[in-house]
Design a protein around this ligand. Structure first.
Ligand code: SF4
Length: 469
């Protein structure tokens, strides 16, 4: 048992849902080892910064967080600072130069041994120059037991099924610091799902860089259908959502399994990145618009209510006006429910960083605005098609007399919301009749609810500015 004065741990999490899961796993391992994970305490033994290193902007935010923690250390409010996660893995000793003063810099995939890591930092002398770098080739060591300390809403949980990525997209830094694809063993995923159900989860959001590759490294076959059939049997779980699909692995078998497992939501988040064959070739991504269209026809035939979301990159090197127009035409024809977009970011170490034909920021911004305007209209029409229909909604919150929830179409923190009035309880799944649509959100009333005379459905918020969803 560590000494009491040093046993309080604060974890600062930056970046995406995957990092949130890692932090929960770290917190679970530390709690199991007798530490107290407490973000509110004014004085802590150790502050852990779980960094993000995906894009330049994320890097700057992580560096600011490390510097803040080091200032806290110098002010005597924390004894040790440990830097973990993607940016530590991506930059290694360079990060210790950019943001010095932490005691340990550890790479990704170490969640299962964070009790050792914290003890190691506590054994180190309190001198900046003794900071240590522990970054090796990424190898994920899952915690032995599913002891995750949940920090989000009890009824909705992320479940990471694999780490890393085997693809070689020419703009992406992720494989360089998260490593190749490594699946969490199937039994371990099921154990974690049962643990999450016991702690109140109704919605499981399976996450992976490429969920369709699940199991190949362990079982020499794509195991997602088997995993879904097993998860479908877990008591207490009502919704299973999958994030993220890779286009050429969304096979007939996967579609059929999704369509026949009643808990698996008809929701597909499939980042395509572009639609023009030449741009995709330069990105080293599979297929092109026409084949994507055929795939979506199959998906919609098997799951008519399926909500499809994608992400595009605008301004990839060499993207001509014609290639961009092709993508816009593809969007108009495919009519996906949601589309997010990113301006191409020139990341050091990736092949696209040095490609000819870099696109100016002005053109990137103009293309981005056009893409988002195009999609806003489509998203509004797709949402309007739900007016008069019923959607099951998982209630996340209540504000000013309005329940706020999400249907099968809305992944947490990514998509829109359903605002409704009537009878419901937070954490429940309730049927809601849709009465009004905006580009991002829907409005309605829960079944059996009769609005009082003169009471109008007034939106809590207007659709936000044009921004990546
Ligand atoms: S599939 Fe995704 S994570 Fe993998 S290299 Fe491509 S963009 Fe990066």
């Amino acid at each position: 048992m560590p000494p009491e004065s040093s046993s309080k741990i604060k974890i600062v999490t930056l970046g995406c849902a995957k990092n949130e899961v890692d932090s929960e796993e770290i917190a679970g391992v530390l709690s199991g080892a007798g530490f107290e994970v407490d973000g509110r305490s004014k004085k802590t033994g150790v502050t852990i910064i779980n960094t993000c290193g995906f894009l330049e902007a994320a890097k700057e935010e992580s560096i600011r967080a490390i510097k803040d923690a080091v200032r806290e250390k110098r002010a005597g409010r924390t004894e040790k600072v440990i830097v973990a996660g993607c940016l530590a893995q991506r930059l290694g000793s360079e990060l210790a130069e950019l943001a010095p003063g932490a005691d340990l810099y550890v790479g990704v995939g170490q969640m299962g041994r964070f009790d050792e890591i914290v003890r190691e930092s506590q054994g180190a002398p309190k001198m900046d120059r003794d900071q240590k770098i522990q970054v090796s080739a990424p190898h994920h060591r899952w915690a032995d037991v599913p002891t995750r300390a949940r920090t989000g809403r009890p009824w909705s949980a992320y479940l990471k099924v694999s780490e890393g990525c085997d693809h070689k997209c020419t703009f992406c830094t992720i494989p360089s610091f998260r490593g190749g694809h490594q699946s969490k063993p199937l039994e371990r995923v099921l154990e974690e799902a049962r643990h999450l159900a016991r702690t109140g989860a109704k919605e499981l959001n399976l996450i992976a860089q490429d969920v369709t590759q699940y199991g190949y490294d362990l079982y020499k076959e794509f195991t997602l259908p088997r995993l879904l059939r097993e998860l479908n049997k877990v008591d207490g779980i009502e919704w299973i959502r999958l994030l993220y699909f890779y286009p050429n692995r969304l096979t007939d078998e996967v579609i059929e399994t999704m369509a026949t497992c009643e808990k698996v939501l008809p929701y597909i988040d499939i980042p395509l990145q572009h639609a023009h064959p030449d741009t995709l070739r330069r990105m080293r991504r599979p297929w092109e618009g026409e084949r994507y269209m055929k795939l979506f026809e199959k998906v919609r035939a098997a799951m008519p209510d399926c909500s499809i979301r994608t992400t595009f990159i605008v301004g990839f090197p060499g993207e001509t006006d014609e290639e961009f127009k092709y993508m816009i035409d593809f969007m108009k024809e495919s009519r996906l429910d949601r589309v997010g977009a990113f301006l191409f970011s020139r990341e050091p170490g990736t092949p696209s960083h040095d490609m000819d034909g870099q696109v100016s920021m002005k053109v990137k911004q103009e293309r981005y605005d056009k893409l988002m305007r195009t999609q806003q209209k489509i998203s509004l029409e797709m949402n309007q098609a739900w007016i008069g229909k019923r959607l099951n909604v998982l209630v996340d919150d209540k504000q000013d007399g309005w329940f706020i929830g999400r249907s099968h179409r809305d992944a947490p923190e990514i998509d829109g919301m359903v605002f409704f009035q009537g009878e419901a309880e937070i954490g429940q799944i309730v049927p809601v009749e849709i009465t009004k649509a905006e580009p991002y959100d829907l409005y309605g009333q829960s079944e059996g609810y009769v609005p009082k005379p003169g009471r109008r459905l007034v939106p809590l918020r207007q659709a936000g500015p044009i921004a990546p969803q």
